[in-house]
Design a protein around this ligand. Structure first.
Ligand code: C2E
Ligand code: CA
Ligand code: CA
Ligand code: CA
Length: 275
């Protein structure tokens, strides 16, 4: 038994080394992804429930690696955050999204996800200003999606930055609403332009009374605070009907359209409203 224990110990050391090397290799590749043009933005439509029209697209990053294939943001955004690479990648995403959106219909906006660490200093302000400047996009067509973790870090400094962004004219959405501990409290600290109801609640809305209760609470709250809501992760017609009944303002999910490359946006907008 003792010998076995020893082997187990060694096995874990080898595994740790392998993990470490794999991570290191991933980090190295990611470092070059931006300069090698391997990062792409995919776009997923947001559809207004009152008129059924597309009112915006969320930019979702993809890494098209020649050696790894299409890497999910869940696999490289956390690493980019830990290594600080997110600053250059994030600045690129803002610029790319604004340039792309500048060619779309005037009433269609673009939403960009921003990591908490992009709020560690004022550089987000410079990045947003640069993106708007180079694209000439009307600031109100750009929406930044932030999660509770942004507010967690240093609430006062973050709010000061959010106020400045608001002054520039961009919109601020609270993403993944309901999953954190203090989402509610943050609604009183900053006047968000939108609340995005997390997919976890939408998933169960049709069959789980608890999910429905939470969605009802969120939409009720947001209605009294005058904050429009978007439900994420809508996959079925059933869910859509429930969300309509709960008076969500807009919906997003595979039912309405999957995230797709920029070329698809033009086609989506060309037939939008003609359904
Ligand atoms: P998120 O901001 O919550 O984005 C929504 C995620 O749900 C996306 O995953 C999207 O593809 C997925 N999704 C949309 N509709 C459905 C649906 O009907 N069903 C299901 N099962 N999933 C759906 P994705 O593209 O893999 O992105 C994952 C996360 O990575 C995002 O979560 C966001 O936190 C982060 N991320 C993506 N792009 C960026 C970026 O440019 N910058 C930063 N900082 N984070 C990003
Ligand atoms: Ca998002
Ligand atoms: Ca989300
Ligand atoms: Ca999320």
């Amino acid at each position: 038994a003792k010998k076995e224990g020893g082997n187990t110990q060694r096995y874990f050391d080898v595994q740790m080394l392998k993990d470490f090397n794999a991570r290191h290799a991933l980090e190295n590749d990611l470092r070059h992804a931006l300069e090698n043009n391997e990062l792409k933005l995919y776009y997923q439509p947001l559809v207004g429930l009152s008129d059924g029209r597309v009112n915006g697209f969320e930019a979702l990053m993809r890494w098209d690696s020649p050696t790894r294939g299409l890497v999910s943001p869940a696999d490289f955004i956390p690493l980019a955050e830990e290594t600080g690479l997110i600053r250059s990648i994030g600045a690129w995403a803002l610029k790319r999204a604004c340039l792309d959106a500048a060619d779309w219909r005037e009433d269609v906006g673009v939403s960009v996800n921003i990591s908490a660490c992009q709020f560690r200093d004022q550089s987000i302000l410079l990045d947003v200003a640069a993106a708007l400047g180079v694209s000439n996009l009307r600031p109100s067509r750009l929406e930044l999606e932030i999660t509770e973790s942004v507010m967690l870090y240093n609430t006062e400094d973050t709010i000061a930055i959010l106020e400045k962004l608001r002054h520039i004219g961009v919109k601020i959405a609270m993403d993944d609403f309901g999953t954190g501990y203090s989402s509610l409290a943050y609604l009183t600290k900053f006047a968000f332009d939108k609340v995005k109801i997390d997919r976890a609640f939408v998933k169960g809305v049709a069959e789980n009374p608890d999910c429905l209760a939470i969605i009802r609470a969120i939409t009720g709250l947001c209605e009294s605070l005058n904050i429009p809501t978007t439900a994420e992760g809508v996959e079925t017609e059933d869910q859509l009907q429930w969300l309509r009944a709960e008076r969500c303002d807009s919906v997003q999910g595979y039912l309405l359209g999957r995230p797709k490359p920029l070329e698809a946006v033009e086609k989506i907008l060309a037939c939008d409203g003609k359904r």
